[in-house]
Design a protein around this ligand. Structure first.
Ligand SMILES: [Fe+2]
Length: 367
């Protein structure tokens, strides 16, 4: 058996109503707190108000201009404000976009910008500020990972960043905060959970302890997402927990081809991140099944979908088409997508011999 490291420095508090415990879990030296969120959470729900109330007497500054798939420019703007505010703690409040932005802000509040050189491998000069993550969707798992993904608009691509210093010190997972999600968001973010769990399980760097987390999150997604999509409370709670569990699994094994092959669908056709990843998961699983590169693990995943008519049947049951043509993708885009995907390091931890030609073949089979 190969050696492994399992290190999850994030304290996880899970349960309805537990956002009220936030103030008691803030380090005493963090007198000033910088909250990163989006306009919907700040102005169309009472979530920000609940968080501010839970922070009690802390001095608070709020940045609420995070967009979906946050751009490097947005992270730099928020980072500048955080730096000028003198805050010692950053709270990411929302879905993956605000939580990932908060991680970038934590880097830029402690280090001189711009952000891009750090994304390209420049070492950080100082440790990022501490990050607390409070998810309001059940998907990204960012609350339990040392990763953030940003959009480089000029290069038309998504860029991942990973650093142990951006592992949140606290993940406050209060499913009450997820109740305002529209049904479409429940489905699309739930598909992200499923993709994280399946990809972490299939990743060549996973190991038995991590596999257990990943499998648990796949099973939960298959059993609970259809009911969560109807806004059933217990199912939504279980998906909130599964999102964090799957986050912990990708923290140790990363995601593989479905995520990086899904990025161009998001960048060029606006397909939501979770949906793009799950759709590509269908086609990557088909390729892995055909070439029999890791038959035990692929077989295990397939068995979990037996009752739903396979993963394709599961997605169709949720009203999610699986053909790329259903999303407006054209076959003449395949070459560009494959060239963008091959640059990503996660090609190397996919259990296949991934080349540009291989990627083109998988994309072609997805029409
Ligand atoms: Fe994801």
């Amino acid at each position: 058996m190969k050696p492994f490291d399992f290190h999850l420095p994030t304290k996880i508090l899970f349960g309805r109503g537990r956002v009220a415990e936030l103030g008691a879990n803030i380090p005493a030296e963090a007198e000033k707190v910088f909250i990163v969120t989006d306009g919907t959470i700040a102005r169309k729900t009472s979530i920000l108000e609940r968080v501010v109330n839970a922070l009690k007497a802390k001095e608070i500054e709020v940045f609420d201009r995070v967009e979906e798939n946050p751009s490097i420019g947005t992270v730099e703007d928020a980072g500048r404000e955080a730096r000028e505010s003198g805050a010692r703690l950053v709270i990411g409040l929302g879905g993956g976009s605000p939580m990932d932005t908060a991680k970038g802000v934590a880097v830029l509040a402690a280090n001189p910008g711009p952000l891009k050189p750090y994304l390209e491998g420049k070492p950080l000069e100082r440790a990022p500020l501490a990050v607390i993550a409070i998810p309001t969707t059940s998907g990204t798992g960012s609350e339990a990972t040392p990763f953030a993904v940003f959009t480089d608009k000029a290069a038309e691509q998504k860029v991942g960043f990973g650093h142990p210093g951006i592992f949140p010190v606290l993940a406050l997972v209060d499913p009450e905060l997820t109740t305002s999600m529209p049904e479409s968001v429940v489905v699309d973010t739930g598909l992200d959970v499923l993709a994280h769990a399946a990809e972490a399980y299939l990743s060549t760097i996973s190991f038995p302890l991590n596999d257990a987390l990943a499998l648990q999150a796949i099973e939960t997604s298959v059993a609970e997402l259809p009911r969560a999509a109807k806004k059933e409370r217990e199912a939504m709670d279980r998906m909130a927990a599964a999102a964090t569990v799957a986050g912990a699994a990708i923290a140790h094994a990363s995601t593989i081809l479905p995520h990086i092959m899904g990025y161009p669908l998001t960048v060029f056709h606006g397909v939501s991140h979770g949906r793009a990843s799950a759709v590509m998961l269908v086609h990557v699983l088909a390729a892995l099944r055909a070439e029999s590169s890791c038959p035990e693990k692929v077989g295990h995943v397939d068995r979990l979908f037996e009752a739903t008519g396979g993963i394709e049947g599961f997605l169709r049951g949720l009203g999610v088409p699986v053909k790329l043509s259903d999303y407006g993708v054209r076959e003449d885009e395949i070459g560009l997508y494959a060239r963008k995907t091959i640059l990503k390091g996660d090609c190397k931890i996919t259990p296949a011999d991934v080349t540009v030609e291989y990627l083109e073949k998988v994309y072609r089979a997805a029409f």
